[in-house]
Design a protein around this ligand. Sequence first.
Ligand code: RUB
Length: 320
Amino acid sequence: MHVTETAEKIKRMEIRGAGRIARAAVEALVEHADGLTARDLPSFRKGMEAAAATLLATRPTAVSLPNAVHLVLRAMEDAATPGEAREAVKERGEAFLRSSAEAVHRIGEIGAHHIRDGDTVLTHCNSEAALACILEAHRQGREMEVFVTEVRPGNQGLLTLRTLSDAGVSTHYIVDSAVRHFMNRIDRVFVGADAVTVNGAVVNKIGTSQVALAAHEARATVIVAAETYKFAPRTILGELVEIEERDPGEVLSPAEASCLPHVRVHNPVFDVTPAAYVDLIVTEEGAIPPALAYLIIRDYLGWSLGEFHKTFQIDHRDQV
Ligand code: RUB
């Protein structure tokens, strides 16, 4: 799919979910590299960077998007000709697409160990990584009940319902505000992530933090399923993950809102769950407590504090 078409679909949320967004962006970059005619290497790089900028400007929260896009762009570093750069982008992009799919599969296998026979599980939003855990436990024959939230205003819960129902999983559908009401019946909460920060906080669909808080109160275990490329390297430098605010019209129609001149409608679509409310983060490299998030950023994404200082030429002394 063309870069601008992919970008539009990501903006409109026809392509959504952090993993899918990253894969769609990488597919678009690979296709762009294939069709890009450039006389010399700098123009090829410029063409790729412009495409990357269009994709990066779509949605600000899912860190999978910049992580994947930069991974692909960095493949051009050692190229000497446009042809070499094109091949490097294609190779890196295809490798990312393969490893991203494998990561979801591996997370499913690891996460499934955390669902016991007879468990009641709750999931919020529509995360393929979280669903991989639930579906794998079901495939292995574990008896379970799954509670699925509605997820206002986007209703992503409907996507989750369909997947679980198609797989034959016994599923309950509830409105978001019923989470605490049912929490005493829940053993495990499984959610995905758009970003995991260096201090183990999890950025995910709005309402996740309330779900985690209710789970904490009821002593239900909160498990986050997140590929390593959902971890946010720049949070090492204290950068915050931007929370996307979408059109208020998604919450209240412009016609309804126009009758309410003193009302402001807010539509943040993600929130931050502090590490204290997260028991485990399941990555394709294994399950870790949130306190170990830095290790994922350093060992699997290859970004350490020292590396940042080198790359951005920051003087250590300025940071103290
Ligand atoms: C999707 C969402 C998902 C994460 C993880 O929000 O919050 O839980 O992106 O999904 P939106 P996955 O619908 O606004 O994109 O595990 O599929 O990457």
